[in-house]
Design a protein around this ligand. Structure first.
Ligand code: ADP
Ligand code: MG
Length: 461
């Protein structure tokens, strides 16, 4: 495994081990500068994160690296601006990271991106998702033949991505077909990189070939979160071309979206028309019975021995929202609580306390989505979210907007492009500027620091 792989695998494993909030807060923004035999050198992320990593997460980090590589590494933090990579004295020393090489590699190596964890077997079916489930299974059994494209839509956390992976896993297990799972963001980023002139025409050309072959020389293309394909017309054009090439060669296309085809307002008509050619399947919010079934199922997955009473299950089903992620989070919380306190969780009151602490202390019930952050920041400054996404540039609004962007980058997994898009279609460089400005100011401006920490508290409420 080379340095980049070690780092990427490390992050993936950590992501599996900690809550997504913790991952986003402490790990997601880490920037790798280099890896050698003993050290992992990272761009200095500031004292708070550094302390958290070296004290609180030290054991987890050491243990994860040990599992991965069979040895431990020391984490070293260096100022990114003054850091000079070691000379490449040894030709075989591939520990120095070269961005272009990494990008190329990423696009080059064919991989399905499928997560084996998500299958049809562990997808719990009820009224709300039966249609989407059976359509997905039908497509998995007849790729390219029955419904093309398959368009699955519904609110976040209801199982769209799970179904996509299930289709992919089913197909790869039962045929030699080449499957690719990706999301609109990745497609867009790779397309943008491809079109950017690298100054080296030959290299550029081969990059274009690689891009085309990656998305067209396959049998099944799955694009998640299509709503983020964005307003970039050139990307939509390229996606239309990709779509046509696959479609007319009877290759299966599967698309997921958080809104209906008609609500994809930024999409060109011809793309929307194409999405209507096949089958559209909505996933609705789970009804009570389905929630109960899902919770029982998650209990089995999380810990067979976790013995939750019907009363507690009813409480979760009735009080923890409809997002299946939250239902699962609640089960995990109860499991952790029971383990830490070394008790059996029979009575409802204890369970409610355990869940309460979870909700307030760690914020995992909270969905730190861009929309939510915008709302909180707008409220805090007595503005509307339209002010944040709009064009007005009064000092007060511009400042609130930058703070909101900064928090979105810090607290969500969203890319700069996506954040820019949600803030009224702004360019990603605007988001970078906002993050840098606030990140800098906060070091010297204690008033700003206070505002940011108050906002963070509100987000976890
Ligand atoms: P979406 O893509 O719609 O936002 P996901 O597919 O990521 O949602 O689902 C969120 C989480 O909930 C995943 O861990 C997924 O496995 C789980 N999940 C959602 N629906 C179901 C279901 N019907 N049965 C089992 N797990 C589910
Ligand atoms: Mg999803």
């Amino acid at each position: 495994m080379d340095g980049v792989n070690i780092w990427q695998n490390f992050l993936n494993q950590i992501n599996d081990k900690v809550s997504s909030l913790s991952f986003n807060t402490w790990f997601n923004s880490l920037k790798l500068l280099a890896i050698n035999d003993e050290e992992i050198i990272l761009a200095d992320p500031g004292k708070a994160i550094k302390d958290q990593l070296t004290i609180y997460y030290k054991e987890l980090i050491d243990e994860t690296l040990l599992e991965l590589t069979g040895k431990t590494y020391k984490l070293i933090f260096k100022d990114e601006n003054t850091y000079v990579p070691p000379e490449r004295t040894n030709v075989n020393n591939n520990s120095v990271i070269n961005n272009v090489e990494i990008d190329k590699k990423r696009i080059d190596n064919y991989k399905t991106n499928l997560n084996p964890k998500y299958t049809f077997d562990n997808f719990v079916v009820g009224e709300a998702n039966r249609y989407a489930f059976s359509s997905s299974l039908a497509v998995a059994q007849n790729p390219g033949k029955l419904y093309n494209p398959l368009f699955i839509y519904g609110k976040s956390g209801l199982g769209k991505t799970h179904l996509m992976h299930a289709i992919g896993n089913y197909i790869t297990a039962n045929s030699d077909l080449k499957v690719l799972y990706t999301d609109a963001d990745t497609f867009m980023n790779e397309f943008v990189k491809m079109t950017r002139d690298t100054g080296d025409k030959d290299q550029n050309l081969s990059y274009i070939e690689l891009f085309k072959s990656k998305y067209r020389d396959i049998d099944v293309l799955m694009i998640d979160e299509i709503q983020f394909l964005g307003s970039a017309t050139a990307t939509q054009q390229e996606f239309t071309n990709t779509f046509n090439s696959l479609y007319y060669n009877d290759k299966q296309i599967i698309i997921c979206s958080d809104r209906s085809v008609n609500d994809l307002k930024m999409f060109e008509d011809r793309l929307r028309t194409r999405f209507n050619w096949g089958l559209k399947a909505i996933i609705n919010v789970p009804e009570y019975d389905l929630k109960v079934k899902i919770i029982k199922n998650k209990i089995k997955e999380v810990d067979e021995s976790l013995d939750l009473s019907d009363e507690i299950i009813d409480f979760i089903a009735s009080n923890c929202g409809s997002d299946v992620r939250n239902l699962e989070g609640s089960v995990r919380r109860l499991q952790a609580y029971a383990a830490i306190m070394n008790i059996k969780l029979y009575d409802l009151q204890t369970a409610i306390e355990a869940l309460d602490e979870y909700a307030n202390g760690r914020g995992t019930f909270t969905d730190n989505s861009i929309g939510k952050i915008m709302n909180i920041v707008a409220n805090y400054f007595n503005l509307s979210t339209d002010d944040l996404t709009g064009k007005r540039r009064s000092k007060e609004i511009a400042n609130a907007r930058m703070i909101a962007m900064y928090l979105c980058k810090l607290l969500t997994e969203e890319t700069l492009e996506r954040i820019g898009l949600e803030f009224g279609g702004r360019d990603h460089s605007t988001v970078i500027h906002a993050c840098e400005k606030i990140g800098d100011d906060i070091k010297t401006n204690s008033e700003l620091e206070k505002i940011i920490s108050e906002l963070k508290v509100k987000m976890s409420e």
